[in-house]
Design a protein around this ligand. Structure first.
Ligand SMILES: Cc1cc2nc3c(=O)[nH]c(=O)nc-3n(C[C@H](O)[C@H](O)[C@H](O)COP(=O)(O)OP(=O)(O)OC[C@H]3O[C@@H](n4cnc5c(N)ncnc54)[C@H](O)[C@@H]3O)c2cc1C
Length: 356
């Protein structure tokens, strides 16, 4: 068996890099986590943080998602930090920006859904759907990794070196293994590393304050007054914020997370949609307007595993709309692959970066 690496550089402190760093550090590996801007500065700080046990069951992601949902519960105990992990009941609604849909509720609606929405179905219970605060969860993983000896370094990864290690801010940082987990920015390295294409898909979100509502996640089939079909997602958080996301935008990925622009109109549409399903949400005010890019691959499956042709190099990205859910099992499996030479907790073959 090959000697386990002593020092691993993990590139990118989003949730996927943070999780990989955590599980590697927990195994006793010396980890340097290199991040260009800040922990959870991109999608991992601005996502919904919604988790579901079985919503990926009809795709190749099913076993990864189930393993990760279970790991989330374990991590919430192990990390000893309150990052808003809790189970939620989840509902599907339909609503229109103007007017009220006919037909009435198909399941008994929670009393706070007192707007013009129609509740169509219960999609999950607090046993099968849950949430984390995405930025706090990512930070908790980084803190956990540091408690096991990992180092966080702010710097820009410029190159993955065939000799081992990376170039950061013009200087070589050597390592026995490198994990590329730079979310959609991994796409900037795809060609040089011979990886399948990774793109960024932009989405908007707002957080609302001033509404006191229970732990119910909502998925809304919504039409704007001008006929656009949207699917806003609404997640009340334990800290009192209500997170709403759902507008996609084909805008290209900028070079730096801090250059991501926010469209106030899109954010306004999301807040109005939330206000249509609940008078509490209609009275709430927008606190934050945000945008971020989820990392996507052409076959909608993550890239998890060895980078072919570059010794000691691994990639972990392309988690699309389920990066918060699937980061723990991805990080654990990758740590096994790197340390033991084989992932045993989940089968990574379907996510092999060598696929075409
Ligand atoms: C609006 C929206 C809502 C979402 N809701 C959910 C949800 O409810 N549940 C769920 O499971 N998932 C959700 N997702 C998806 C999830 O947020 C992403 O899949 C996940 O955050 C991706 O994490 P990542 O670590 O791969 O990438 P990122 O979070 O993008 O992190 C990549 C990191 O790499 C750093 N980096 C980039 N280039 C360099 C470089 N050259 N050198 C050093 N560092 C670099 C960046 O600064 C960044 O911090 C949502 C996504 C969006 C956009």
């Amino acid at each position: 068996m090959a000697t386990p690496p002593r020092h691993v550089v993990v590139c990118g402190a989003g949730v996927v890099g943070a999780s990989t760093a955590y599980f590697l550090a927990r195994r006793g590996v010396a980890v340097t986590l290199v991040e260009r801007s800040g922990v959870a500065c991109a999608a991992s700080g601005k996502s919904g943080g919604f988790l579901a046990l079985d919503w990926c069951d009809d795709s190749a992601l099913g076993p990864l998602a189930r393993a990760s949902f279970a790991l989330h519960a374990e991590l919430a105990r192990e990390l000893k930090t309150d990052y808003g992990y809790r189970g939620m009941d989840t509902f599907m609604l339909a609503a229109r920006e103007r007017g009220r849909l006919g037909g009435g509720h198909r399941v008994t609606p929670p009393s706070w859904l007192d707007g013009d929405g129609v509740v169509h179905a219960a999609l999950g219970t607090s046993e099968t759907t849950a949430q984390v605060h995405p930025a706090r969860f990512t930070q908790a993983l980084v803190d956990g990794a540091r408690a096991h000896g990992a180092t966080l370094r702010i710097g820009v990864v410029e190159d993955v070196l065939v000799s081992g290690g990376v170039r950061v801010d013009g200087a070589e940082l050597s390592a026995d293994a490198v994990v590329v987990a730079m979310g959609p920015w991994t796409g900037r390295f795809s060609k040089a590393l011979g990886l399948p294409r990774v793109r960024g898909l932009k989405g908007y979100s707002v957080t609302l304050v001033g509404a006191k509502v229970p732990a119910h996640a909502l998925f809304v089939d919504y039409r704007t007054a001008d006929g656009r079909a949207l699917e806003p997602e609404i997640f009340p958080r334990p800290d009192g914020d209500v997170y709403v996301c759902g507008m996609a935008d084909p805008a290209p990925l900028p070079d730096r997370p801090e250059d991501v622009t926010v469209n106030d109109d899109a954010c306004g549409v999301l807040a109005r949609a939330a206000g249509r399903v609940s008078t509490s949400l209609a009275a709430a005010r927008i606190d934050r307007r945000q945008a971020c890019y989820r990392p996507v691959t052409d076959d909608n499956l993550p890239l998890l595993g060895r980078i072919p042709g570059t010794r000691g190099a691994y990639v972990a990205t392309g988690h699309g709309p389920w990066g918060m859910l699937n980061a723990p099992a991805s990080g654990l499996a990758l740590s096994e692959l790197i340390v033991d030479g084989r992932a045993t907790s989940v089968d990574l073959r379907l996510f092999d970066p060598a696929r075409r």
